[in-house]
Each structure stands twice: as C-alpha cells, then as structure tokens.
Design a protein around this ligand. Structure first.
Ligand SMILES: [Zn+2]
Length: 172
C-alpha cells in the first residue's frame, strides 16, 4: 500500500476551507504523478478519488472539477478518473484507514507524537529514498529549519530525521 498525506499549518492567510483545498490539491497532484510513473513502467492505471462524506464533500466536488479544468500548479492531472466518489467512512474500510493515517499525521505534527506514523512512514510514496507522498506546509512566518520527516528527508534522502526517534525506525 502506498500512502499520500499533506500537513498544512493554518495561518492568518491560510485556514478553513482554503487549507483543506490546498491539502487536497497537493495530494491529488502527487497521486497523479505516482500514476504517471506507473504508466512509464508499462503499468497504466487510473486513479479513483473517494472522499469521505461530511463537512467538505460539496466543496470537494467543485475543487476536483476545478483541478481537472485548470490542472494543478505543477502540471495537469491526467491519470485520475473523471468523477470523484463519496462514501460513508463507517461503511468503507479504506476510508477508515485513510482516517487513521490522517490522525497519525495530525499526532506527529500537532503533538510531536510519532507512535503510529513511525510504523508506516516507509509506506508514503517515495523514490530513491526521497519521500514524495508526505508534504509539510509551514506558515509564512515559520523560522529555522524544520526537522519533520517530510522536510528532513528532502535534504537527507533515505532518512526520516529526529522526530521519529531512533527506536521507532531503526534509523535516523
Ligand atoms: Zn516540516
């Protein structure tokens, strides 16, 4: 299983629905590029988007349409199915899994608790030791280097950095 997630720090200029939209755009773009790589390896697949029903599902339909029309800032989405689907978390085990991954990312970034994510950090999409499936967006006022796994790995391919601790991953 390959995972994708985005952690967005809310700020005065990025919050609420915009923050959710930004994270969604990031994940779709990365998922699309993952499918492109599969395509290059003669494994053509279409990506299916399944959103959890709830607070954002009406908006999500509009975002997805916009993403498809305009492409993302980094390229056009080419490998996704035309229509996003919506399902109840209660009845969909994959959405429950996605919920768990999201909660694990939240615990890492909000409470610096790597207990869960340390067990599956290697499942985020990566190539040649560089993680593409996990992104961290800091506020524009953030100072200093971030040593979260996503930021740290960018400068140190193959490594996850100090947030996860040595015991959790067997490497730094
Ligand atoms: Zn970071």
């Amino acid at each position: 299983m390959i995972l994708f997630a985005a952690a967005v720090e809310k700020s005065a200029s990025l919050y609420g629905e915009d923050a959710v939209s930004h994270a969604t755009e990031q994940i779709l773009s990365r998922f699309d590029r993952f499918l492109s790589r599969r395509n290059d390896q003669n494994d053509p697949q279409r990506g299916l988007l399944v959103f959890a029903e709830g607070r954002f599902d009406k908006r999500a339909k509009i975002w997805v349409r916009e993403f498809r029309q305009l492409g993302t800032r980094w390229g056009v989405l080419r490998n996704l199915s035309d229509i996003p689907y919506f399902a109840s978390v209660k009845e969909t085990r994959l959405l429950q899994l996605a919920d768990f991954v999201a909660h694990s990312v939240f615990l890492l970034y909000e409470r610096r608790d790597p207990t869960f994510i340390a067990k599956f950090i290697h499942r985020f999409d990566q190539r040649d030791g560089t993680i593409h499936g996990l992104r961290h967006f800091r506020t524009e006022t953030a100072v200093g280097l971030c040593e979260c796994p996503a930021c740290y790995n960018w400068n140190h391919p193959g490594r996850y950095g100090p947030w996860l601790g040595l015991a959790a991953t067997g490497q730094d």
